[in-house]
Ligand binder design. Structure first.
Ligand code: ZN
Length: 238
């Protein structure tokens, strides 16, 4: 599933702050300037842009403006939304724009009531106006972890460069290099890999598949190429 960031991040604050005060969202430690992606398909309902990132360690206070995006989505057949906050200026989307899961929508940042670079990610019911974007905080509201609305990824514009001339290993251990379109046999191989990774079986190595392959390679302690050569193929035990 696509996280808002292409790599796994630590949740610094969840339902409550360490102080015990309610937070009802996730704070994910992410460096300023990292690309953030839509966690699911949606429509940009509202946003704020143009606020500069805070100086390191300086928090301008509770009511300081920040850059944020309210993404309107459907969850369990109902309208819901995802709030991305503390973004860097220069958002990649406009109000009314439809986005796909995995699409880059902003850069992470440190704007508003924030002391260090992080993403505040919250989910709530309904499609709020800009002014009502904190409705998830109101008592009596049903809240749920942001991850509930994450959808399985499919190839979409994303921060990962598409591998050129990617190598597909064959089950006999040989491999070949392709620079153009994938052959039918390769597509079948890619689907097997995707099945093994538990992601959408598109038959193409798109951005997300390449990313997942790299993660697997890291786990296996082999070169993180995002391509499937004999070593990776063997590791998959396909
Ligand atoms: Zn937060």
């Amino acid at each position: 599933m696509p996280w808002p960031h292409p790599t796994k991040r630590t949740i610094n604050a969840g339902w409550t702050y360490r102080s015990g005060a309610p937070h009802k969202a996730w704070d994910l430690a992410i460096d300023t300037g990292d690309l953030l992606q839509a966690v699911t398909d949606g429509t940009v309902l509202a946003l704020n842009d143009g606020v500069r990132n805070n100086r390191a360690g300086y928090n301008p206070g509770r009511n300081a403006p920040s850059n944020w995006i309210v993404l309107g989505i459907k969850y369990q057949g109902r309208k819901a939304y995802v709030l991305y906050q503390h973004l860097s200026p220069g958002l990649k989307v406009k109000v009314g724009q439809k986005v796909l899961a995995g699409q880059v929508i902003a850069k992470s940042g440190n704007t508003g009531n924030s002391t260090g670079p992080h993403l505040h990610l919250a989910t709530g019911w309904g499609w709020p106006t800009a002014a009502d974007r904190y409705r998830y905080l109101r008592s009596g509201n049903t809240i749920f972890p942001p991850s509930k609305v994450f959808t399985p990824a499919r190839p979409a514009p994303s921060p990962f460069p598409l591998p050129r001339g990617h190598v597909f290993g064959k089950s006999d251990g040989s491999s070949k290099v392709h620079s153009g379109a994938d052959s039918a046999a390769d597509a079948a191989n890619v689907r097997r890999i995707q099945g093994r990774l538990g992601i959408a079986k598109t038959g193409k190595i798109g951005a997300y598949t390449a990313y997942r392959i790299k993660r697997l390679q890291k786990k296996l302690g082999i070169a993180e190429t995002g391509q499937v050569g004999p070593a990776t193929w063997k590791a998959f035990r396909l």
